[in-house]
Design a protein around this ligand. Structure first.
Ligand code: CP
Ligand code: NVA
Length: 304
Protein backbone atom coordinates (compact mmCIF):
# COMPACT_ATOMS: atom_id res chain seq x y z
CA UNK A 1 0.00 0.00 0.00
CA UNK A 2 1.64 3.26 -1.13
CA UNK A 3 -1.06 5.81 -0.22
CA UNK A 4 -4.52 5.81 1.38
CA UNK A 5 -6.62 8.10 -0.80
CA UNK A 6 -9.74 6.16 -1.69
CA UNK A 7 -11.36 3.00 -0.35
CA UNK A 8 -12.19 1.80 -3.86
CA UNK A 9 -8.44 1.76 -4.66
CA UNK A 10 -7.93 -1.14 -2.24
CA UNK A 11 -8.73 -4.83 -2.32
CA UNK A 12 -11.00 -6.20 0.43
CA UNK A 13 -8.08 -8.17 1.92
CA UNK A 14 -6.04 -5.01 2.35
CA UNK A 15 -8.97 -3.17 3.97
CA UNK A 16 -9.50 -6.15 6.28
CA UNK A 17 -5.82 -6.05 7.19
CA UNK A 18 -6.02 -2.34 8.12
CA UNK A 19 -9.04 -3.14 10.30
CA UNK A 20 -7.43 -6.10 11.99
CA UNK A 21 -4.18 -4.20 12.72
CA UNK A 22 -6.30 -1.38 14.11
CA UNK A 23 -8.20 -3.74 16.41
CA UNK A 24 -4.98 -5.43 17.51
CA UNK A 25 -3.11 -2.18 18.21
CA UNK A 26 -6.16 -0.86 20.05
CA UNK A 27 -6.23 -3.91 22.33
CA UNK A 28 -2.50 -3.61 22.98
CA UNK A 29 -2.78 0.10 23.77
CA UNK A 30 -5.63 -0.59 26.22
CA UNK A 31 -3.38 -3.21 27.85
CA UNK A 32 -0.65 -0.62 28.32
CA UNK A 33 1.63 -1.93 25.56
CA UNK A 34 3.47 0.94 23.91
CA UNK A 35 4.04 0.08 20.26
CA UNK A 36 6.71 2.63 19.36
CA UNK A 37 6.24 2.12 15.63
CA UNK A 38 6.96 5.74 14.70
CA UNK A 39 10.17 6.43 16.61
CA UNK A 40 12.05 9.12 14.71
CA UNK A 41 9.18 9.43 12.21
CA UNK A 42 7.14 12.52 11.37
CA UNK A 43 3.67 13.14 9.99
CA UNK A 44 2.97 16.41 8.17
CA UNK A 45 -0.71 17.36 8.22
CA UNK A 46 -2.28 19.80 5.75
CA UNK A 47 -5.62 21.25 6.85
CA UNK A 48 -7.54 23.58 4.56
CA UNK A 49 -10.79 23.02 6.48
CA UNK A 50 -11.58 22.97 10.20
CA UNK A 51 -11.14 19.78 12.20
CA UNK A 52 -11.31 18.50 15.75
CA UNK A 53 -11.29 14.68 15.58
CA UNK A 54 -9.11 14.30 12.52
CA UNK A 55 -6.39 16.61 13.77
CA UNK A 56 -6.29 15.46 17.38
CA UNK A 57 -6.69 11.75 16.64
CA UNK A 58 -3.80 11.88 14.16
CA UNK A 59 -1.59 13.80 16.61
CA UNK A 60 -2.38 11.39 19.45
CA UNK A 61 -1.84 8.39 17.18
CA UNK A 62 1.62 9.66 16.23
CA UNK A 63 2.60 10.62 19.79
CA UNK A 64 1.43 7.24 21.12
CA UNK A 65 3.80 5.55 18.67
CA UNK A 66 6.78 7.76 19.52
CA UNK A 67 6.68 10.05 16.48
CA UNK A 68 6.06 13.75 15.89
CA UNK A 69 3.09 15.33 14.09
CA UNK A 70 3.50 18.71 12.42
CA UNK A 71 0.52 20.86 11.55
CA UNK A 72 1.47 22.41 8.21
CA UNK A 73 -0.24 25.75 8.73
CA UNK A 74 -0.23 27.97 5.70
CA UNK A 75 -1.29 31.56 5.11
CA UNK A 76 -2.27 30.73 1.52
CA UNK A 77 -4.29 27.95 -0.12
CA UNK A 78 -2.30 24.91 -1.19
CA UNK A 79 -1.01 25.31 -4.71
CA UNK A 80 -1.24 29.12 -4.61
CA UNK A 81 2.22 30.06 -3.35
CA UNK A 82 3.88 27.25 -5.23
CA UNK A 83 2.82 24.28 -7.30
CA UNK A 84 1.58 21.19 -5.47
CA UNK A 85 4.15 19.09 -7.26
CA UNK A 86 6.87 21.23 -5.68
CA UNK A 87 5.26 21.20 -2.23
CA UNK A 88 4.97 17.41 -2.43
CA UNK A 89 8.60 16.88 -3.30
CA UNK A 90 9.90 19.36 -0.73
CA UNK A 91 7.81 17.84 2.06
CA UNK A 92 8.95 14.36 1.05
CA UNK A 93 12.50 15.42 1.97
CA UNK A 94 11.43 16.22 5.53
CA UNK A 95 8.54 14.08 6.73
CA UNK A 96 7.80 10.34 6.72
CA UNK A 97 4.06 10.65 5.98
CA UNK A 98 1.69 13.33 4.71
CA UNK A 99 -2.01 13.78 5.31
CA UNK A 100 -4.34 16.26 3.69
CA UNK A 101 -7.82 17.66 4.36
CA UNK A 102 -8.90 19.94 1.58
CA UNK A 103 -11.74 20.94 -0.76
CA UNK A 104 -10.98 19.59 -4.22
CA UNK A 105 -10.20 15.90 -4.44
CA UNK A 106 -7.86 16.56 -7.38
CA UNK A 107 -5.50 18.29 -4.95
CA UNK A 108 -5.25 15.13 -2.85
CA UNK A 109 -4.51 13.06 -5.94
CA UNK A 110 -1.96 15.59 -7.17
CA UNK A 111 -0.16 15.56 -3.82
CA UNK A 112 -0.04 11.76 -3.88
CA UNK A 113 1.13 11.72 -7.50
CA UNK A 114 4.20 13.79 -6.65
CA UNK A 115 4.93 12.76 -3.08
CA UNK A 116 7.70 10.24 -2.38
CA UNK A 117 6.17 9.50 1.02
CA UNK A 118 2.72 8.00 1.67
CA UNK A 119 -0.24 10.39 1.52
CA UNK A 120 -3.48 9.92 3.46
CA UNK A 121 -6.75 11.59 2.50
CA UNK A 122 -8.26 12.99 5.70
CA UNK A 123 -11.34 14.43 3.91
CA UNK A 124 -12.01 16.08 0.61
CA UNK A 125 -15.29 17.26 -0.88
CA UNK A 126 -15.40 13.83 -2.53
CA UNK A 127 -14.62 11.38 0.25
CA UNK A 128 -13.69 10.71 3.87
CA UNK A 129 -12.13 7.24 3.78
CA UNK A 130 -10.46 7.16 7.20
CA UNK A 131 -13.84 7.99 8.76
CA UNK A 132 -15.51 5.06 7.00
CA UNK A 133 -12.78 2.68 8.20
CA UNK A 134 -13.34 3.78 11.81
CA UNK A 135 -17.09 3.39 11.31
CA UNK A 136 -16.82 -0.22 10.17
CA UNK A 137 -14.47 -1.01 13.05
CA UNK A 138 -17.10 0.47 15.40
CA UNK A 139 -19.95 -1.41 13.77
CA UNK A 140 -18.04 -4.68 14.15
CA UNK A 141 -17.27 -4.00 17.81
CA UNK A 142 -20.99 -3.77 18.45
CA UNK A 143 -22.65 -6.20 16.04
CA UNK A 144 -19.84 -8.70 15.41
CA UNK A 145 -19.66 -10.00 11.85
CA UNK A 146 -20.91 -7.30 9.48
CA UNK A 147 -21.33 -9.50 6.40
CA UNK A 148 -24.90 -9.31 5.14
CA UNK A 149 -25.91 -6.74 7.79
CA UNK A 150 -27.23 -3.36 6.68
CA UNK A 151 -25.69 0.03 7.28
CA UNK A 152 -28.28 2.70 6.48
CA UNK A 153 -27.23 6.24 5.69
CA UNK A 154 -29.80 9.03 5.87
CA UNK A 155 -29.07 12.50 4.51
CA UNK A 156 -26.86 14.17 1.95
CA UNK A 157 -25.14 12.16 -0.81
CA UNK A 158 -21.81 13.66 0.25
CA UNK A 159 -18.19 12.71 0.97
CA UNK A 160 -19.10 10.60 4.01
CA UNK A 161 -21.88 8.81 2.09
CA UNK A 162 -19.50 7.94 -0.79
CA UNK A 163 -16.92 6.49 1.58
CA UNK A 164 -19.53 4.49 3.51
CA UNK A 165 -20.95 3.14 0.26
CA UNK A 166 -17.41 2.17 -0.77
CA UNK A 167 -16.43 0.36 2.41
CA UNK A 168 -19.75 -1.49 2.57
CA UNK A 169 -19.51 -2.50 -1.09
CA UNK A 170 -15.94 -3.74 -0.61
CA UNK A 171 -16.60 -5.72 2.59
CA UNK A 172 -19.97 -7.30 1.85
CA UNK A 173 -22.00 -5.03 4.13
CA UNK A 174 -25.42 -4.15 2.71
CA UNK A 175 -25.77 -0.39 2.21
CA UNK A 176 -29.04 1.50 2.17
CA UNK A 177 -29.07 5.21 1.47
CA UNK A 178 -31.97 7.68 1.68
CA UNK A 179 -31.36 11.14 0.32
CA UNK A 180 -33.72 13.95 -0.74
CA UNK A 181 -34.30 14.36 -4.45
CA UNK A 182 -31.46 16.33 -5.97
CA UNK A 183 -29.01 15.28 -3.22
CA UNK A 184 -28.46 11.67 -4.30
CA UNK A 185 -25.03 10.13 -4.74
CA UNK A 186 -23.74 11.28 -8.11
CA UNK A 187 -24.01 9.02 -11.14
CA UNK A 188 -20.30 9.13 -11.93
CA UNK A 189 -19.42 7.78 -8.48
CA UNK A 190 -22.18 5.17 -8.64
CA UNK A 191 -21.12 3.76 -11.96
CA UNK A 192 -17.47 3.62 -10.88
CA UNK A 193 -18.32 2.01 -7.53
CA UNK A 194 -20.64 -0.51 -9.17
CA UNK A 195 -17.88 -1.38 -11.64
CA UNK A 196 -15.39 -1.91 -8.77
CA UNK A 197 -17.87 -3.93 -6.69
CA UNK A 198 -20.42 -5.60 -8.99
CA UNK A 199 -21.74 -7.86 -6.21
CA UNK A 200 -22.49 -5.04 -3.76
CA UNK A 201 -25.97 -5.05 -2.24
CA UNK A 202 -27.18 -1.47 -2.38
CA UNK A 203 -30.54 0.21 -1.85
CA UNK A 204 -30.80 3.83 -3.01
CA UNK A 205 -34.06 5.61 -2.23
CA UNK A 206 -35.66 8.93 -1.34
CA UNK A 207 -37.66 7.21 1.42
CA UNK A 208 -35.98 7.17 4.87
CA UNK A 209 -38.57 4.74 6.32
CA UNK A 210 -37.78 2.18 3.61
CA UNK A 211 -34.03 2.64 4.08
CA UNK A 212 -34.08 1.97 7.85
CA UNK A 213 -36.31 -1.11 7.66
CA UNK A 214 -33.48 -3.65 7.97
CA UNK A 215 -30.83 -1.40 9.47
CA UNK A 216 -28.25 -2.74 11.90
CA UNK A 217 -26.92 0.84 11.92
CA UNK A 218 -28.65 4.13 11.17
CA UNK A 219 -26.03 6.68 10.21
CA UNK A 220 -26.32 10.36 9.46
CA UNK A 221 -24.08 13.36 8.77
CA UNK A 222 -24.56 17.13 8.66
CA UNK A 223 -26.88 18.48 5.98
CA UNK A 224 -24.50 21.35 5.23
CA UNK A 225 -20.91 20.26 4.80
CA UNK A 226 -17.88 22.50 5.21
CA UNK A 227 -17.80 24.87 2.26
CA UNK A 228 -21.59 24.78 1.64
CA UNK A 229 -22.54 27.32 4.33
CA UNK A 230 -24.31 29.60 1.82
CA UNK A 231 -26.83 26.81 1.08
CA UNK A 232 -27.62 26.22 4.75
CA UNK A 233 -31.14 27.71 4.98
CA UNK A 234 -32.30 25.99 1.80
CA UNK A 235 -30.83 22.67 2.92
CA UNK A 236 -32.50 22.86 6.34
CA UNK A 237 -35.89 23.03 4.61
CA UNK A 238 -35.17 20.29 2.07
CA UNK A 239 -33.64 17.86 4.54
CA UNK A 240 -36.19 18.26 7.36
CA UNK A 241 -38.01 14.97 6.52
CA UNK A 242 -34.64 13.20 6.74
CA UNK A 243 -33.97 13.95 10.40
CA UNK A 244 -32.85 10.92 12.43
CA UNK A 245 -35.32 11.19 15.30
CA UNK A 246 -37.30 8.83 17.55
CA UNK A 247 -40.05 8.53 14.94
CA UNK A 248 -37.64 7.29 12.27
CA UNK A 249 -35.80 5.02 14.72
CA UNK A 250 -39.14 3.40 15.60
CA UNK A 251 -39.29 2.19 11.99
CA UNK A 252 -35.86 0.53 12.27
CA UNK A 253 -35.20 -2.84 13.95
CA UNK A 254 -35.33 -2.42 17.71
CA UNK A 255 -31.64 -2.58 18.52
CA UNK A 256 -30.34 -0.61 15.55
CA UNK A 257 -27.22 1.37 16.43
CA UNK A 258 -26.99 5.10 15.80
CA UNK A 259 -23.87 6.46 14.18
CA UNK A 260 -22.69 9.93 13.15
CA UNK A 261 -19.21 10.97 12.04
CA UNK A 262 -19.53 14.21 14.08
CA UNK A 263 -19.57 17.15 14.41
CA UNK A 264 -23.35 16.86 14.81
CA UNK A 265 -25.77 19.71 14.34
CA UNK A 266 -28.17 18.61 17.05
CA UNK A 267 -31.76 19.47 16.21
CA UNK A 268 -31.00 19.35 12.47
CA UNK A 269 -29.93 15.94 11.12
CA UNK A 270 -30.20 14.24 14.53
CA UNK A 271 -32.15 14.93 17.71
CA UNK A 272 -30.62 15.11 21.18
CA UNK A 273 -32.79 12.17 22.18
CA UNK A 274 -31.39 9.86 19.49
CA UNK A 275 -27.84 11.09 19.89
CA UNK A 276 -27.96 10.41 23.65
CA UNK A 277 -29.85 7.11 23.38
CA UNK A 278 -28.26 3.86 24.56
CA UNK A 279 -27.91 2.72 20.95
CA UNK A 280 -25.75 5.68 20.00
CA UNK A 281 -22.09 4.75 19.47
CA UNK A 282 -20.91 8.10 18.14
CA UNK A 283 -18.08 8.47 20.66
CA UNK A 284 -16.77 4.98 19.93
CA UNK A 285 -16.57 6.04 16.29
CA UNK A 286 -14.64 9.15 17.30
CA UNK A 287 -12.21 7.05 19.36
CA UNK A 288 -11.68 4.59 16.54
CA UNK A 289 -10.49 7.39 14.29
CA UNK A 290 -7.26 7.30 16.33
CA UNK A 291 -6.89 3.53 16.14
CA UNK A 292 -7.38 3.54 12.38
CA UNK A 293 -4.69 6.20 12.04
CA UNK A 294 -2.31 4.13 14.20
CA UNK A 295 -2.93 1.18 11.90
CA UNK A 296 -2.54 3.18 8.69
CA UNK A 297 0.63 4.93 9.84
CA UNK A 298 2.21 1.64 10.93
CA UNK A 299 1.26 -0.13 7.70
CA UNK A 300 2.26 2.72 5.38
CA UNK A 301 5.65 2.91 7.15
CA UNK A 302 6.09 -0.84 6.76
CA UNK A 303 6.06 -1.37 10.52
CA UNK A 304 3.23 -3.95 10.50
N1 CP B 1 -15.48 13.41 11.74
C1 CP B 1 -14.51 14.30 11.50
O1 CP B 1 -13.76 14.20 10.52
O2 CP B 1 -14.42 15.28 12.45
P1 CP B 1 -13.54 16.59 12.33
O3 CP B 1 -14.10 17.42 11.20
O4 CP B 1 -13.67 17.27 13.67
O5 CP B 1 -12.12 16.21 12.06
N1 NVA C 1 -19.74 15.98 5.38
C1 NVA C 1 -19.04 16.67 6.42
C2 NVA C 1 -18.19 15.73 7.20
C3 NVA C 1 -17.45 16.33 8.37
C4 NVA C 1 -16.59 15.36 9.10
C5 NVA C 1 -18.22 17.80 5.82
O1 NVA C 1 -17.56 17.58 4.80
O2 NVA C 1 -18.24 18.89 6.38
Amino acid sequence: MKHFIEILDHEPAELEHILSVSADLKKRLKNGIADRLMLGKTLGMFFEKPSTRTRVSQECAVVSMGGVAINLESSSRLGEREAIRDVARVMSRYVSLLSIRTFGHELVKELARWSDVPVINTLSDYSHPTQAMADIQTMREHVGDTAGKTLTYIGDGNNVARSLFSICAKLGVRFACATPEGYELDKEFLSYAEKCCPKAEILLTNDPALAVKEAAVVYTDVWTSMGQEKEKSERIKTFAPYQVNAELMAKAPQRALVMHCLPAHRGEEITDEVMESKYSVVFDEAENRMHIYRSLFALLLGER
